[in-house]
Design a protein around this ligand. Sequence first.
Ligand SMILES: [Zn+2]
Length: 61
Amino acid sequence: MSPHQEQAQAEHRTSTVEQGPFCSARCSCGWRGPARRARSKARSDAAEHIASGEQDHAARA
Ligand SMILES: [Zn+2]
């Protein structure tokens, strides 16, 4: 249905990007997390993103 699923196989490589006083998570798939004041929060956003992506995979299987 969604053309987005075509890229489901893309590797999710997350990193954190500092934006002034904030830090946000970013993924190689193009996903971007919300700005956080704590890098640990941004990293947990990234972890959630990857986890939800895996759930998506499982749901399709
Ligand atoms: Zn991703």
